[in-house]
Design a protein around this ligand. Structure first.
Ligand code: FAD
Length: 470
């Protein structure tokens, strides 16, 4: 076993703490750090792996795998760069071992930090509320006047017809594969599904994405969806959108997804199927009803702008509060709660500028509103756009796929949103994010002098060429 079990350190009868943290995702551990530094005794309860989703089955291993897939892709394109590489072969056990090593190192570092933290007691087990100020872990009852819930989420398995009749993969179990699937079917054409689809294609699998909606990653603007579809199909991924009535069944090749699309075959057959249709919060077995904590219809804990629940003394942080679905939003939840509780500040979630990335290659960096969302506000808009074919750095790097765009309020001069789909897009977007966070007009960025040759250097040019949206 990679992970040593965590013994309860506290003596029997000493179960009263100043604070309890349930879950060791992205918010709980740093919050325990701040609370103990302020002199509080803190019980941190974890039912599985310290570090939660990001460290163990989310960002860390998947981005390590994306890096391996990128290495395979670049090697296969070596001749384009004048580098002759013969017989590119992917050694999946080594790819997997590398991702596991990166994740394990991160987990063990966090584990050690929590164990050595003065005033912190790390407890292994599943926590359930017994009352607003008490939580049961096995036979132990812990009490505290402050309880912080950081329980995250898990893969949502949709009730598709046939789902019980076939073996399927989730974003968690696909990490355990020792071999490249012969043909991977990915049900769900959104963030998680697309990253796995491209990565496995680059490892050598045939890949088919099946998406119910008319386009991939439908929360983004239509031109982003289309460009991403082109990137994926350009690498040989088959994309089936508008797939109604998705059903699963056994097939001589392994597993089949039956679908009813506007065009194409009614069946996609493959060796493996990944269900990547979203996540659900880990709140269904938390005893929330005993504490009186309110949730929405999907089980997400209802919180106010400071992340307090309806029950005084209980806060919810991270993915389980539906105010974010990312590592950086969960961490920011910690910063907000810690600043308000310990520093006398009044920080709010609504002050956060939404930003995220889709880590296909080239990646999509996103901030603020999409063009469609900006138009829906009814404001007069300035819109800028530039293809990566007109970005010197992209040409030099040999990857001109994608484009960047920006949308600005024509009256206030504030940037409302932007997307950079292209090489370095996940990093370059931060220039725009920083200006939005500072609340500065777009001219500040337009007049900046960025470094040449970078993707960022074209952002001022794009801002200078914006047109009024008609
Ligand atoms: C495949 C994948 C890729 C991702 N990639 C990215 C990315 O690139 N960038 C990004 O920003 N985000 C990414 N995410 C999202 C990111 O992982 C989460 O947003 C992040 O982990 C924040 O989660 P959290 O802090 O809310 O809780 P989690 O990290 O989910 O941790 C919750 C913890 O609580 C524990 N727990 C749950 N219930 C109980 C209980 N009753 N008692 C005790 N312990 C309990 C769980 O075991 C878990 O350890 C990805 C997610 C997935 C699935």
């Amino acid at each position: 076993m990679l992970y040593p079990s965590v013994p309860a350190k506290y003596p029997p009868g000493m179960n009263r703490f100043d604070a309890i943290v349930i879950g060791t995702g992205q918010a709980g551990p740093p919050l325990a750090g701040r609370l103990t530094a302020a002199g509080m005794t803190v019980a941190v309860i974890e039912r599985k792996l310290v570090g939660g989703t990001c460290v163990n089955t989310g960002c860390t291993p998947t981005k390590a795998l994306v890096a391996s897939a990128q290495a395979a892709y670049t090697a296969s394109r070596g001749a384009d760069y004048g580098v002759l590489v013969e017989g590119v072969r992917v050694d999946m056990p080594r790819v997997k071992a590398r991702a596991l090593a990166v994740a394990t190192s991160s987990r063990l570092g966090l584990d050690r930090w929590l164990r050595d933290m003065k005033g912190c007691t790390l407890i292994e087990g599943h926590a359930r509320f017994e009352a607003p100020d008490s939580v049961r872990v096995g036979t132990d009852l812990l009490t505290a006047p402050r309880i912080f819930v950081n329980v995250g989420g898990r893969p949502f398995v949709p009730p598709l017809p046939g789902v019980d009749d076939v073996p399927f993969l989730t974003n968690r179990t696909i990490l355990e594969l020792d071999q490249v699937p012969e043909h991977l079917l990915v049900v769900g054409g959104s963030y998680i599904g697309l990253e796995f689809a491209q990565m496995h294609r680059r490892f050598g699998a045939k890949v088919t994405i099946v998406e119910r909606l008319p386009r991939l990653i439908a929360r983004e603007d239509a031109d982003i969806s289309e460009a991403i579809r082109e990137i994926l199909t350009g690498e040989g991924v088959t994309v089936r959108t508008g797939a109604e009535c998705i059903r699963l069944g056994r097939h001589e090749r392994g597993v089949a997804v039956f679908l009813d699309c506007a065009e194409g075959e009614p069946t996609a057959a493959g060796s493996h199927v990944l269900l990547a249709v979203g996540r659900r919060p880990n709140t269904d077995d938390l005893g929330l009803e005993k504490a009186g904590v309110a949730t929405d219809a999907r089980g997400y804990i209802t919180v106010d702008d400071s992340l307090a629940t309806n029950v005084p003394g209980i806060w919810a942080l991270g993915d389980c509060n539906a105010r974010g679905a990312f590592t950086h939003t969960a961490y920011n939840d910690f910063e907000i709660v810690a600043a308000n509780l310990l520093d006398g500040e009044h920080r709010r979630v609504s002050d956060r500028v939404p930003a995220y990335a889709l880590f296909i290659d080239p990646p999509l960096g996103r901030v603020g509103k999409t063009e469609a969302e900006a138009r829906a506000t009814g404001r007069r808009l300035l819109i800028g756009r530039r293809p990566m074919t007109r970005v010197a750095r992209a040409i030099e790097k040999g990857d001109t796929r994608g484009f960047m765009n920006v949308v600005v309020d024509a009256e206030t001069r504030q940037i409302l949103g932007a997307a950079i789909l292209g090489t370095g897009g996940d990093e370059a977007i931060h220039g725009i994010l920083d200006v939005m966070n500072a609340g500065l007009p777009y001219e500040v960025l337009q007049r900046a002098v960025p470094i040449h040759p970078t993707v960022s250097e074209l952002i001022p040019t794009m801002l200078g060429e914006m047109k009024l949206d008609t």
